[in-house]
Design a protein around this ligand. Structure first.
Ligand code: NI
Length: 200
């Protein structure tokens, strides 16, 4: 139902707009377009995918990945960003098959592989969901300069977190990042350009 989806997307965009103040605060320190900090994004990791399989950064060599950190209980920012990502891939057409979207949880206490599986399926069959132990998540978040912190108590706590999408090349190296201001069309254009620029 495309219309229903569009409405959902619109609602999510509004929610995101309301969060802009918070999101700006969550932008990773030291990460500026064209800045020197960007070369330091990425690195080795060992995590568990949504089927329970252990994976490392080496499993993604040879393909582009678009990595986003968040959590499945996120009420607004994460679902909005993942919708934007999914819409951008749809917009790209066949070229989208060169890019693997990867959602990494910063809430491993609740985001088990089973929870991740049910969640990422909402955004497309090509989505990969990664989670791990608290230490593994801390390590991968550090490698990607992602900030996250628990907000609130009890079972319904939220997580504050950096909301950026990182495009990594087939060599595993960082290419560029996109923030919450990038709409699906712009993102599709940027991704197509990046893929074309480094294709033989
Ligand atoms: Ni979120």
């Amino acid at each position: 139902m495309p219309q229903k989806r569009t409405l959902l997307l619109a609602a999510l965009m509004l929610a995101a707009a309301a969060m802009i103040g918070a999101a700006a605060f969550l932008l990773a320190p030291g990460l500026k377009p064209g800045g020197t900090g960007v070369a330091l994004v990425g690195g080795p990791f060992t995590l568990t995918d949504q089927s329970g399989k252990r994976v490392t950064e080496k499993d993604f060599l040879g393909r582009y990945t678009l990595i986003y950190f968040g959590y499945t209980y996120c009420p607004d920012v994460c679902p909005t960003q993942l919708q934007v990502l999914a819409a951008a891939l749809e917009e790209m057409g066949p070229t989208a098959s060169k890019i693997t979207p990867v959602f990494i949880s910063i809430d491993p206490a609740r985001d088990t592989p089973e929870v991740m599986k049910a969640y990422v399926e909402n955004f497309g069959a090509q989505f990969i969901g990664l989670t791990g132990s608290a230490d593994e998540i801390a390590a991968v978040a550090k490698a990607y300069r992602v900030f996250y912190a628990k907000a609130g108590t009890g079972q319904d706590y939220k997580m504050d977190h950096t909301s950026l999408m990182y495009l990594m090349g087939p060599d595993g190296k960082f290419i560029k990042y996109f923030d919450y201001t990038t709409d699906p069309k712009a993102l599709a254009g940027e991704l197509s350009q990046a893929v074309a620029a480094s294709s033989p």
